[in-house]
Design a protein around this ligand. Structure first.
Ligand code: EPZ
Length: 423
């Protein structure tokens, strides 16, 4: 196990280049299976979820390698359509391989997904939609067994909720299905647009990605072999903005981002008293002497406030003047970081999907554990502001979604180091 040791209270200032998006590189790696050829992705983040997805590709018979931000995979031959329980447990998003394997091989076998525990992570919408497209799916002893004996065919369907993963799985299954598929109430997240962009460059016919109605005409893909650059990580961007915001007079310039992905997040920083400037693909933030509490933060589907940024913004509000209310509308159990924040002196009360934070003048260093990916990132933010030394273990959660976090924070002036804990 590894832990981060952070001595808080340091002023943060400097510039960073934003990583590629975790929640885009994963579906793109799954989509590569449909290309039946050589695929090269650029701007891939150096995070453990990416390497887990690469291991899945190699397990099914692809030849995949990565160097820095470049991932290359040859998906000409796919001999195995089963994803082992061990591989599935490494990350929740491995369910995204279901649509791609069904589209490529007409069958697949995988276990129920693992990943962060944000409450029940059902995949009923995925299964219902794929069955509407001609798949037979049975669940037995924690395994999902999918076949498409007659192949997949297009259909018209309306998602009961604009699920990101379900929208991605349907697109992946529909790309080579027979006929047209129309998804109503589709997720509108930028990662859906990135997935459609990649597939269309490789010969797919997808329209409407990024809107609530997506149309996919099934056809044979023809991979170009051109390098496709993964979109910037909007959640990592919000995270690093929250780190500069939580310390007095913090300053950060984040390069290679897309500020349009943060239209619901930037106003919250401004409500907290930060100065935010966007120009080109850069975002600049400067924090005040002390943050003010923002208006109520309600997490919503895109383009609303992203649930993945809720935890890191909550850390900021723990030291803001005033009271902040959060309403978590997407996941049932996404306040697991409040325990660690409380150990650092935060005044937080939660009741179901509501959290009320009474800002304090200061937080204090403590020993805490990362409960999940974004909760861990939130504890890092609190530790940067806290008086004294904090130890955050279960850093493996954080490494799933943030590349080189201690190097980046050190370059901004933080006193942070990683220790390996020999258990
Ligand atoms: C994706 O998860 C992201 N993960 C999540 O980011 C993100 O929080 C989420 O979308 C919402 O934006 C990846 O892209 C790898 P959903 P996903 O399907 O696809 C319920 C992070 O920190 N639901 O939109 O799993 C579900 O339980 C991660 O980077 C069903 O009930 O999210 C949840 O309450 C965390 N049945 C809600 O919908 C289904 O069949 C949203 O889930 C599917 C989902």
């Amino acid at each position: 196990m590894q832990k981060l040791i952070i001595t808080g209270g340091k002023r943060l200032g400097g510039e960073i280049t934003l990583q590629g998006a975790k929640n885009s590189v994963l579906p793109l790696l799954a989509a590569a299976i449909l290309c039946k050829g050589r695929v090269t992705l650029g701007n891939c983040p150096e995070i453990t979820d990416r390497y887990a997805a690469m291991r899945i590709l190699n397990h099914i018979g692809c030849r995949t390698s990565g160097s820095g931000d470049i991932t290359e995979t040859d998906t000409t031959s796919v001999g195995c359509c089963e994803i082992t329980d061990e591989l599935m447990r490494e990350m929740r998003s491995s369910v995204i391989f279901m649509g791609a394997l069904l589209g490529r091989c007409g069958k697949c076998r995988l276990s129920f997904p693992g990943g962060c525990d944000l409450g029940p992570r059902p995949i009923d919408m995925h299964i219902t939609a794929l069955c509407r497209m001609g798949a037979d799916i049975t669940e037995r002893h924690g395994e999902i067994i999918c076949t498409a004996p007659g192949g997949l065919h297009g259909t018209k369907l309306t998602l009961p909720f604009p699920s990101v993963g379900a929208t991605e799985n349907i697109i992946l299954a529909a790309v080579s299905a027979d006929g047209e598929t129309v998804i109503h109430n589709a997720a509108r997240e930028p990662e859906i647009t990135d997935l459609a962009g990649f597939l269309n460059v490789n010969g797919a016919d997808i329209a409407g990605a990024g809107s609530d109605t997506v149309r996919i005409n099934g056809r044979k893909l023809s991979p170009t072999g051109e390098i496709y650059r993964v979109m910037p990580d909007r959640i990592a961007c919000a995270t690093y903005l929250s780190y500069a915001a939580i310390v007095p007079h913090g300053e950060i310039l984040i390069k290679k981002c897309d500020h349009t992905h943060l239209d619901a997040v930037i106003p919250v920083f401004e409500q907290m008293g930060c100065t935010v400037r966007v120009f080109g693909s850069n975002i600049y933030l400067r924090s005040p002497d002390r943050l003010e509490s923002p208006d109520t933060v309600r997490t919503m589907v895109y383009p609303g406030f992203p649930t993945d940024a809720q935890a890191v913004i909550m850390s900021d509000t723990c030291v803001a003047a005033g009271t902040t209310v959060f309403i978590e509308n997407i996941f049932e159990n996404r306040y697991r970081h409040t325990g660690g924040l409380g150990r650092m002196g935060a005044d937080i009360r939660t009741e179901g999907r509501v959290a009320v934070i009474n800002g304090r003048e200061r937080l204090y260093g403590a020993k805490v554990s990362a409960p999940d990916l974004r909760g861990g990132a939130a504890l890092v933010g609190a530790a940067l502001a806290a008086e004294g030394v904090s130890e955050i273990d279960n850093v493996e959660y954080i490494d799933r979604g943030y590349e080189h976090i201690e190097q980046i924070l050190s370059s901004l002036g933080a006193d942070i180091r990683r220790e390996v804990v020999l258990s």
